[in-house]
Design a protein. Structure first.
Length: 609
């Protein structure tokens, strides 16, 4: 059977997953009367809520006796570990670009990886039905992007399709007919994407995606480079440098048929399959027949840029909401996550019952924490810290720098430039992007971007769009000013009282509501001054036996600051933690006892002298 293997590359929210839905429908994978969830390939709850693709997934469709394997890849740079591996499995890429927004940084990130691998792109200009669509200019922007990324002449001679995945049609020309549905896209994929290259020799497969199944154990997905594989066949796993990891037997071969994974007895070179039966083999390892002796080359992965400490929740409210609270449970869950996500690095910290988790960015680490709390975990997490490196020649400290592209209304561009220069950012470009908006490009230290997203939306009244991408390591740029305000800290444990909160409003905005459970050392609000202040939020009004009709009986409180997980992680300082449980996100001091905090502060002052 003829095969085609393609990946779809697009920026977040440019319509990639919707396009896959339409391809599945029009190839006959879904029956006309079959109810299918919209965005069928975003199966994870968090993916549906945030409207982004986090995990790479594969599917396949039949078109005129040709099987087309389609891989839906993450568009966000934080999940780049997935993207790099996916491109090893495919022979062509669809670059999907919004007809109004044009190519954005995460498109650049993945396209750069694809061009480097020599893949020939097909450009699909999606959402041409948008009122602000500017398809012709966007095609020119895509060409400029490819040229800037050192595309070859052959890669620059890319075919273009225009259409609307939402409406279910594609056409070869901007003014083309809409009545052929997705046929022009299917035909172009068959014509433009080469059949998979098949090597001679025994069975070899490069493991690309790893997942755990409660019934089958570890499942490794990849493309068969050479030979054929059968169920119950003996195989071995080789590391990137050709060392033997383990020998074993394939218990099951699963092939992608539509959205289902079907068990098959035999698979040929060129096909993308998932295999079960090995216990130690990991992503980037080669699964091969016993007589094979060489590993398949695997790409190195970009380094993690942010790290945070996950520790056992030791607050007085620990164990009241979650059922997974021990360090052993947290450790097992983190190491299981690291098995399938090679962009994450986990190591046991010097602190008791704590683990250092390093990843690509705030979004990736935030998604991991959110997933764990939904599974019933309770944990405390520290402020994210940047992973620094040393220059091998000079020994200087290096830090990760990100390229930041911000599209903003012209009236707000001044405050954006000011805030990012305060955060040690260098402006590289400033140009109009149409419709009274400007596109600003900066190189900013990753440290300077912690928590900036919410500040940007406040400064620009929610109109700015920020995209960021790892650029390079560069010499350390010096200190960046942090939070200027202190916090209000609870002195006691119990339920917060409305009267006490009302009396404390002059001290600063609150983060809790009446009736919320608090404990000593928990952060309950933000102080209007630069120092921390201990307050009693449990103090009720003294009752008397005299009746009164005065107006102050009805306490009217100012609405509290709502802390989301991302906001909380960006808000806390080094001596504070975010307590994450299935139902709550609380802020607290690392040391709950005020005497311990004073001793720690004195010790730090002595060290600095």
């Amino acid at each position: 059977m003829q095969l085609r293997n393609i990946a779809i590359i697009a920026h977040v929210d440019h319509g990639k997953t919707t396009l896959v839905d339409r391809l599945l429908q029009q190839s006959g994978t879904f029956r006309e009367n079959e109810r299918v969830t919209e965005r069928a390939m975003d199966s994870n709850d968090l993916e549906r809520e945030r409207g982004i693709t986090i995990l790479a997934k594969a599917t396949s469709v039949m078109w005129k006796d040709i099987r087309i394997n389609i891989v839906d890849t993450p568009g966000h740079a934080d999940f780049g570990g997935e993207v790099e591996r996916i491109l090893n499995m495919v022979d062509g890429v669809l670059v999907l670009v919004d007809a109004a927004e044009g190519p954005l940084p995460q498109t650049k990130f993945v396209v750069q990886k694809a061009l480097k691998r020599g893949l020939k792109p097909i450009v699909v200009i999606n959402k041409v039905d948008r009122p602000d669509a500017r398809a012709t200019q966007v095609v020119n922007e895509v060409f400029d992007l490819f040229a800037a990324l050192d595309a070859t002449d052959e890669q620059l001679d890319f075919p273009i399709l225009y259409g609307s995945a939402k409406q279910g049609w594609m056409a070869n020309a901007l003014e083309g007919s809409h009545d052929q549905g997705m046929q022009p896209l299917f035909d172009l994929v068959v014509r433009h994407v080469p059949a998979p290259k098949v090597e001679d020799g025994p069975f070899r497969l490069l493991a690309t995606i790893l997942e755990a199944d409660p019934y089958l154990g570890r499942i490794l997905t990849g493309r068969i480079t050479s030979g054929t594989v059968k169920a119950n066949q003996n195989v071995k796993a080789l590391s990137r440098d050709g060392q033997l990891i383990e020998s074993g037997r394939i218990t099951k071969i699963l092939a992608f048929r539509g959205l289902e994974r079907t068990s098959i007895e035999e698979a040929q070179a060129g096909d993308i399959v998932a295999i079960a039966g090995l216990e130690k083999a990991n992503v980037s390892d080669t699964i091969a027949a016993p007589e094979a002796d060489a590993a398949i080359p695997a790409q190195p992965i970009d380094p993690p840029t942010l790290a945070m400490t996950f520790r056992v929740n030791d607050s007085p409210l620990a164990g009241t909401e979650g059922d997974k609270v021990t360090s052993r449970m947290i450790r097992d869950r983190l190491f299981r996550e690291a098995e399938g996500n090679i962009a994450l690095h986990i190591r046991e910290s010097e602190e008791k019952d704590a683990f250092e988790v390093a990843g690509r960015g705030e979004l990736q680490l935030g998604i991991l924490i959110e997933t764990m709390r939904r599974e019933g975990f309770e944990l405390s997490v520290s402020r994210p810290k940047v992973v620094l490196a040393r220059d091998e020649q000079s020994g200087d400290l290096l830090e990760p720098i990100e390229e930041v592209v911000i599209d903003v209304d012209e009236e707000h561009s001044g405050v954006v430039v000011q805030k990012l220069s305060e955060r040690r950012g260098d402006m590289m470009e400033m140009r109009p992007s149409g419709g009274g908006r400007q596109r600003l490009v900066f190189h900013v230290p990753t440290r300077g971007l912690l928590g900036y997203q919410s500040e940007l939306l406040t400064d620009t009244r929610g109109t700015a769009v920020m995209n960021r991408l790892f650029h390079a390591y560069a010499p350390f740029k010096g200190d960046i000013p942090g939070r200027r305000n202190g916090v209000l800290i609870s002195t006691d444990q119990g339920d917060a009282v409305a009267y006490a909160l009302w009396n404390l409003e002059a001290r600063g905005p609150m983060m809790i509501e009446p009736g919320w459970k608090v404990y000593r050392g928990m952060i309950v609000g933000e102080h209007t001054r630069g120092n921390d202040l201990e307050v009693n939020v449990l103090k009720g009004k003294k009752l008397t036996n005299i009746r009164t009709t005065s107006k102050d009986e009805a306490v009217r409180l100012t609405p509290p600051i709502r802390m989301t997980l991302e906001k909380a992680l960006a808000y806390i300082e080094d001596d504070e933690l975010v307590e994450v449980t299935p139902k709550s996100i609380r802020l607290r001091k690392k040391l709950l006892d005020p005497n311990d905090r004073k001793r720690d502060e004195r010790a730090r002052e002595t060290e600095s002298v």
